[in-house]
Design a protein around this ligand. Sequence first.
Ligand code: ZN
Length: 114
Amino acid sequence: MLLGGKVVVGAGNIYACEALHAAGIHPMLRCDRISRPRAARLLAALRATLAQALDLGGSTLRDFRDAHGISGGFQDQAGVYGRAGQDCRRCGGTVRRAVQGQRATYYCAGCQTR
Ligand SMILES: [Zn+2]
């Protein structure tokens, strides 16, 4: 599984969820099943997600952090994280929550495929 393994290792859960959503990749896709183009897209999405989080969090980190240590600005922009049951901002599908290992994963079954 991507979130449990080697591809997104080191990325915080919220960023991993958001990057997978941006790349259109299902979180339960096995690491060894991901194609090279999709892996490249995921890496680009992860970089963009982290850059966006830095931009949005820079001014609020000092004053406010939620339970996850994430600034409010980024969470407000989240496509899937913490939005179970709500509409996907991209395809209108329903955002789902699944538990992998010890942590919750959020994804859209409409636009994230295996
Ligand atoms: Zn979607």
